[in-house]
Every structure is written in structure tokens, then in C-alpha cells.
Design a protein around this ligand. Structure first.
Ligand code: ATP
Ligand code: MG
Length: 445
């Protein structure tokens, strides 16, 4: 097994080994290289102590990012590399961080502290692969399992529970029976993990190819971090449009969605309000008002997980309107473009598509055709440069003021009024026409 290492990694290994020490590429980069994927980042580990690393790398740009734990970041022409002294983690009393770390000169000790077998491999350009826990086999088998006893490893650091689900989702792997059972059993330990870290892991998990299976099989674990999931599980929809319960529909919808974080979060949250909006008439289930309720839940869930403001705002907006029919005429499309902007409108069509594909097959084609019609309309409006926002108008605020509208909110209202007339094709978007309309208003008081 040969891995081609970046220039910077080869250089650092040579350098760190000059004085008789050892160094390897380690962890995620080895895993990704072995499965033929491009690693996000290359990490190194070495027998050199932190002090020796600093000595050896004198003259390089070195950031002492985590020197206490033995980690420095080296900035080389082809990238930034983390170099960490081989270490053994001590006891964990907070369920997240080791109380102390001890440095060691054995690579296998360092690999043993790592979370999963597929993440516990190291590679050296001449000595080859070090794989004491069967990582290669698990990569081949598509299996996530902990290094050592799962209960113990999840108790030490409970973030690993979500990392396990995240890797299963992104790699499309299964969790070993022992690991899976342990994750279900220890799910309540997730209270010890910070909301930020939970959010980061969930975001990665949502983008995975294997996300559907993980959402369906680990709803109990995910309910620990997003309690509104639980009432959705097994909640029958009792109407002709649906063939799945609310949670299974959600899982399918997430998996059908384009790999855009905003769209995937939207699909996860879009029906969370359903269980509390359920009603029945003549044997049919309804969820009147669920989009608004889901939007409220979405805002709360994302804020609780410390999601950034922009993502919250965009997801909540999409959840809020996900249930309205998509516009089918130029005029209607322009109104929507004015309200959402092009980027969000495109996402909304993706939300519709994913939602439809997760529903009963019977009506799917008709509904998908409506999405396509809406998209075509939008492309036409954009291609023809049709006006759909105040920015596109042939007049601006200065013109309105010059025409005698007093400064203040009346200026914006006038622009909005003109826009509506232009969108409705009552007025052409040219200066003369628009100024005539403004003057009529000013004169009419
Ligand atoms: P990616 O960078 O693609 O998210 P990764 O496996 O590289 O995945 P990192 O968080 O960059 O993940 O961590 C690098 C390596 O450090 C991991 O491969 C693993 O060996 C080890 N590691 C990371 N987090 C933990 C943890 N919570 N417990 C034990 N080992 C961990
Ligand atoms: Mg990494």
C-alpha cells in the first residue's frame, strides 16, 4: 500500500527524523488517502518532544497552537501541517477532555488513544503503514468501530458518539454491532458535549451520502440533541400524499436534497411542527399551520446549536414557505424573486424537489413538473433581464426625493409601489413612465 505524500509532509518527516526520531502521517489523512479520497488536511505525529519539535523546526514558520498537548502548526509553502508528539491521554473527568496528557515514544500508544480503527493508522514513506487495530480491514468492510471498548471510549469523550455517526454517514459505512449498541446505550452522555461541537458534527453528518440510514436508525441518539425529533418518529400522516411517517419522510427528504448545508438543514427541520398541528377530517390527516410551527422550532433548534445568524435566517425562511405552491407565471415568479432573492428561490425549488421525492410515488411526477415549470419561468425572467427588485427599477430614491416625496419611509413605499406596478406589467420599467406615476402621486397628495 503506497500513499503519495505531499511535499510538505515528506519534508517534515525527513526533518523530524534527522536526529534519530520518528515521524508519520497519521489519522484522517491516512484513512482518506487509503480510500482514494483527497484528505482535508495532513497531520503528522512524531516521537520528538514538543521542545525538540521547536528546536528542529527553527527557521520555519511555527504556530504554537496546542503546545501543552504537544501540537504545533507548521506553515510551509504547500500548506499548514499539524505536528503532534506521540501521546497517551490521561483520565477524562469532564467527558470531553483528558485531564492530562503524557508524551511517549511509541507510535502504537499514540494510535491507541484515537477514536475509531479507521482513524488509528499511520503511514511512513519507507516503513509503510502502521495499522495495529485493523483499520484497513474495517475500511474494506465499510465498518466503524472504536479502538478498544466502546462504552469506555464514549464515556471518556462523548463527542465520539456523534463523530461515529458522522463518519458512518459521510463514508456510507455501518457501525459495528458493539459500537452501535454502545452508542444507543450511552446517548444520554451527549449532554456533556458543547452545542457548537454538536452543531459541527450534525452539519457534517447531514451532508453525508449515508445520512438516511443514520437518521432512521439513530433517532433516539439524535433526539438527545434535538428533542423535537422524538415526536416525529412513528407519527403516521394518514393522507394520500404520504407513504412514510413524519420522521422517515424527513430522513428521505434530507437524503434527496442537494448537498447544500442550508437545504439539508431545511429538510431536517421542515416538518418538525407536524406532530403538534395534526387534525383529522373524514379519515384524512391534516397539518394546517405546520410550516409556521416548524419555522419556530427551526429557529429555536438552530439558535440552541449556536448556528450562525445567516444560516438560521435562510433555513427559517425556507421552512416557513416550504409548503406554499411554487409560482408558475412570470409575474408570480418575480414576486417570489423579490421576496427571496435568486439564491434562496433556487434553494426553495430544491426543497420542493426533495420533499416531493420523499412522498407517495403516485402524485410525484405532476408535482415535479410544477417545480420544473417554476424553474423555467425563473430562468426566463433572469435571462430577459426582467425587473423584480427595487434595485432593478429605472429610478432610485434620489429621483423620488427630487420629485417632491419627503425624506423618510415614504420613499421606500413609493419604490415598492412602482415595483409592484412594473411586476404586474401595469407600467413599463422606464424612467419617464415611472416619474409620471410618482408625479401623479405627489400632485394627488
Ligand atoms: P476530518 O478532518 O475529515 O473531519 P479527521 O479524522 O481528520 O476527519 P480530525 O478532527 O481532523 O478528524 O482529527 C484528526 C485525528 O485525530 C482523527 O483521525 C483521530 O485519529 C483523532 N481524533 C480526533 N478527534 C478525536 C476524539 N474526539 N477522540 C479520539 N481521537 C480523535
Ligand atoms: Mg482532519
Amino acid at each position: 500500500m503506497t500513499i503519495s505524500l505531499p511535499e510538505g509532509v515528506q519534508y517534515l518527516i525527513r526533518k523530524l527524523e534527522q536526529n534519530g526520531g520518528e515521524a508519520y502521517a497519521v489519522g484522517g489523512c491516512v484513512r482518506d488517502a487509503l480510500r482514494g479520497a483527497a484528505p482535508n488536511d495532513w497531520d503528522l505525529c512524531t516521537s520528538a518532544t514538543p521542545g525538540q519539535i521547536l528546536d528542529i523546526l527553527q527557521g520555519e514558520k511555527v504556530l504554537e497552537t496546542g503546545l501543552k498537548h504537544g501540537t504545533v502548526t507548521v506553515l510551509l509553502p504547500d500548506g499548514a501541517y499539524e505536528v503532534t508528539t506521540y501521546r497517551v491521554d490521561g483520565t477524562y473527568s469532564d467527558g470531553r477532555h483528558p485531564d492530562q496528557v503524557t508524551f511517549t515514544n511509541q507510535i502504537t500508544d499514540d494510535l491507541a488513544r484515537r477514536d475509531f480503527t479507521i482513524n488509528a493508522m499511520a503511514y511512513h514513506p519507507s516503513r509503510g503503514l502502521v495499522d495495529p487495530f485493523g483499520g484497513v480491514q474495517d475500511l474494506q468492510d465499510g465498518l466503524i468501530q472504536t479502538v478498544g471498548d466502546a462504552d469506555k471510549r464514549f464515556d471518556e469523550d462523548s463527542l465520539r458518539i456523534l463523530r461515529g455517526l458522522r463518519f458512518a454517514s459521510t463514508l456510507g459505512f455501518d457501525l459495528s454491532e458493539a459500537c452501535s449498541a454502545s452508542i444507543h446505550r450511552n446517548r444520554n452522555l451527549l449532554v456533556r458535549v458543547s452545542k457548537e461541537r454538536i452543531q459541527v458534527e450534525l452539519s457534517k453528518l447531514l451532508l453525508g451520502d449515508g445520512v438516511k440510514k443514520i437518521l432512521v436508525q439513530y433517532h433516539d441518539v439524535l433526539s438527545q440533541v434535538i428533542p423535537s425529533i422524538e415526536p416525529m418518529v412513528g407519527f403516521a400522516q394518514r393522507n394520500v400524499h404520504h407513504c412514510f411517517d413524519v420522521w422517515e419522510h424527513t430522513a428521505h427528504a434530507v437524503a434527496w436534497a442537494s448537498k447544500d448545508l442550508i437545504v439539508r438543514w431545511t429538510m431536517l427541520l421542515h416538518d418538525m411542527g407536524k406532530p403538534c398541528c395534526f387534525s383529522m377530517t373524514e379519515g384524512n390527516g391534516h397539518f394546517y399551520g405546520h410550516a409556521g410551527e416548524s419555522a419556530n422550532i427551526a429557529r429555536t433548534v438552530l439558535a440552541d446549536l449556536r448556528m450562525d445568524h445567516n444560516t438560521i435566517q435562510k433555513v427559517v425562511q425556507l421552512v416557513e414557505v416550504h409548503d406554499l405552491p411554487l409560482p408558475q407565471t412570470d409575474k408570480a415568479v418575480k414576486r417570489w424573486l423579490n421576496r427571496l432573492g435568486k439564491e434562496q428561490f433556487l434553494r426553495l425549488t430544491q426543497v420542493h424537489r426533495a420533499d416531493i421525492l420523499a412522498q407517495a410515488p403516485h402524485y410525484q411526477q405532476k408535482k415535479l413538473d410544477a417545480v420544473d415549470r417554476s424553474l423555467h419561468c425563473m430562468e426566463k425572467v433572469i435571462r430577459e433581464g426582467q425587473c423584480f427588485s427595487i434595485r432593478d427599477l429605472a429610478v432610485d430614491g434620489r429621483d423620488i426625493l427630487a420629485a417632491g416625496v419627503p425624506a423618510g419611509p415614504g420613499v421606500g413605499r413609493m419604490l415598492q409601489h412602482l415595483l409592484e406596478l412594473v411586476i404586474d406589467q401595469v407600467l413599463d420599467n422606464n424612467r419617464e413612465c415611472l416619474l409620471r406615476e410618482v408625479n401623479n402621486h405627489v400632485k394627488g397628495g
